[in-house]
Write a protein that binds this ligand. Structure first.
Ligand SMILES: [Cu+2]
Length: 289
């Protein structure tokens, strides 16, 4: 009896050569012809098309971001709309896959596992190139749009312009804004230093705010004007805006500053030049713009 094991040795499994793998374009077409892929793409297209009127309705028609009362806020609303539209296709495809998976439309009935299908789309060079290319172009567009808008808004708020070179520098109104727990005070240095707990300003006149705080960090925020800046103790921050719509808008504190932070709000009244002049006289000031 031989002690040598002469049974045939099993050959190691060799990876199968993908010699008969179909072309990438054929595989992509095959993938797109699957019913669940087409269903998901149709749902994604419908969601994308619905986002456009929905965004328009919320931002421009219902004015849920606050009806713009300055060029700054108009630019901000435009940017919100563009960002929503451009990101809609990606949101839509994610939601479509999620909905399809959750609702189980692709489920195979019975206990049988799903049938093995042809090579996965994740290894398809055409699909990968299209996906990365498209999302990169969308992202790059948003970066360019964002930087351009930021420059425009900064210019509108006089953030990048020295005080003496600002538009209508002679007509400009300086306002010293002081936040403290939990109220706002406004002083008009060029109008006999009158002070008021409510802001009154003329329409179409550049306003320049010198903002500070007496205690903790607050934040001076007017939604409809599109301005928002920290009020820091011991420092002055600046922002500016030209209101272009008559009306009364809320001024809120946008920095959690203690117990009554939620009630730290007052109002800005945008009035005509005549109304502003008579308000200044009433308050004891003399020189107006
Ligand atoms: Cu606050």
């Amino acid at each position: 009896m031989s002690t040598v094991d002469d049974r045939p040795v099993a050959e190691a499994d060799e990876p199968e050569e993908p010699t008969n793998r179909p072309e990438a374009s054929y595989r992509l077409r095959e993938w797109l012809s699957r019913p669940y892929v087409r269903h998901i793409l149709i749902i994604a297209a419908v969601i994308t098309l619905l986002v456009v009127p929905a965004a328009w309705l919320v931002i421009f028609f219902m004015n849920m971001t606050g009806a713009p009362a300055s060029s700054i806020m108009s630019e901000i609303e435009k940017t919100m709309f563009v960002f929503t539209i451009v990101s809609a296709p990606l949101m839509a495809i994610t939601l479509a896959i999620l909905a399809y998976s959750l609702l189980g439309w692709g489920r195979v009935s019975g206990d049988e596992p799903p049938m093995q299908e042809s090579p996965a789309i994740r290894s398809n060079p055409i699909a990968i190139t299209l996906w990365i290319g498209t999302t990169s172009v969308l992202a790059a567009f948003l970066v360019v749009w964002g930087v351009t808008e930021l420059a425009t808004i900064t210019a509108y708020s006089y953030g990048s312009t020295p005080a003496n070179q600002q538009p209508n520098a002679t007509k400009r109104i300086d306002i010293n804004v002081t936040g403290q727990q939990w109220l706002w005070t406004f002083a008009y240095p060029d109008q006999n230093d009158i002070t008021a707990p409510v802001l009154v300003v003329p329409i179409d006149t550049p306003l320049y705010f010198n903002v500070t705080s007496l205690d903790v960090v607050h934040n001076f925020w007017v939604v409809e004007l599109g301005i928002k800046i920290d009020a820091n103790p011991g420092a002055i921050t600046n922002t500016g805006v030209t209101p272009n719509k008559l009306g009364t808008f809320n001024i809120r504190c946008a920095e959690l500053c203690g117990l009554h932070h939620a009630y730290m709000q007052t109002q800005i009244n945008v009035v005509t030049q005549e109304e502003f002049d008579s308000w200044v006289r009433e308050m004891g000031g003399s020189k107006t713009v």
